[in-house]
Design a protein around this ligand. Structure first.
Ligand code: ATP
Ligand code: MG
Length: 269
């Protein structure tokens, strides 16, 4: 049973490092939550449009996309399309969105455009997930300024911890200056290979450093997750029995539990 929520919980999937599994996490988490009958909106905040395509939506076919929403020419409702394969809604994007960086600079409240736009639909969803680009640009700032929390997917590699401190510091700055609601929801280990000793070591360090901010669920490296986008489907739908799909389904369960019993963020210190 789910208690109805009056306002959607808004989470950014962010990491300024490229290719770490942000979009794969956003798509599969959206689908996993939808399997729990949660009403989910996935906002594609990356001009690459990978979350759009991976949800089975033609990024160049959408009449209205996030670009028009951010510059105030369309509403989120007008831009929203349904992912048939995933069972959730999507605000699509394509390369047009890279122009928003330039247009936004000239606008007042430029970091607040996405937050303002999402208010219209906040009552329509249980979760709004924002797939961020691999930058700390004005687009990502709009995501972080409009969210309640950040989910950070990461690979347990040698330089991962260093990159992580930059990101955590950025999140803290946004918390202090722009968005006092912002919380670090958790770190998700992805593309994990238990056979690699270094990955295990970095994973252990992560747990000792961040404690219960590290999600228990671990997503393994799994080829079915990588194949799914070319079929326009989340991995959890494409091959439900694969190890990757099971991990993302478990992650969806864990997130729902975590949101029900919120952990207080250490961002204040
Ligand atoms: P970008 O920074 O460019 O937006 P990203 O952080 O969104 O990238 P993804 O696009 O999700 O990263 O993943 C990068 C590549 O790794 C993709 O080809 C994806 O299919 C693959 N991939 C992601 N997660 C896994 C996994 N658990 N197992 C195997 N392949 C994966
Ligand atoms: Mg991506």
């Amino acid at each position: 049973m789910t208690e109805p929520t009056a306002q959607a919980r808004v989470f950014c999937i962010a990491n300024q490092k490229g290719g770490v599994g942000k979009t794969t996490t956003a798509i599969n988490l959206a689908a996993a939550l939808a399997q729990h009958r949660k009403r989910v909106l996935l906002v594609d905040l990356d001009p690459q449009g990978n979350a759009t395509m991976g949800s089975g939506i033609d990024k160049n076919g959408a009449k209205i996309n996030l670009y028009q929403v951010l510059i105030g020419e369309a509403t989120v409702r007008e831009a929203t399309v349904h992912s048939e394969s995933g069972g959730y809604d999507v605000v699509p994007s394509n390369r047009e969105l890279s122009g928003a960086e330039i247009d936004l600079v000239q606008m007042e409240h430029r970091e607040g455009q996405l937050k303002q736009a999402l208010q219209q639909v906040s009552g329509d969803y249980d979760f709004i997930l924002i797939d961020c680009p691999p930058t700390l640009s004005l687009l990502t700032l709009n995501g972080l300024a409009g969210a309640h929390g950040v989910i950070i997917p990461m690979q347990c590699e040698y330089f991962a911890l260093e990159g992580l401190s930059d990101l955590v510091n950025t999140i803290k700055r946004i918390y202090r200056n722009l968005n006092p609601d912002l919380e670090l929801i958790g770190l998700l280990r992805v593309m994990f290979d238990t056979r690699v000793t270094l990955q295990q070591q970095v994973s252990d360090q992560l747990e000792s450093h961040f404690g219960d901010k590290v999600f228990k669920s671990i997503v393994p490296r799994n080829v079915r997750l990588a194949e799914a986008p070319s079929h326009g489907m989340p991995g959890v739908i494409y091959d439900r029995s694969s190890r990757g799909a099971k991990a993302y389904l478990a992650f969806g369960d864990e997130l729902i539990r975590r949101v029900r019993t919120p952990h207080r963020s250490p961002l204040a210190n």
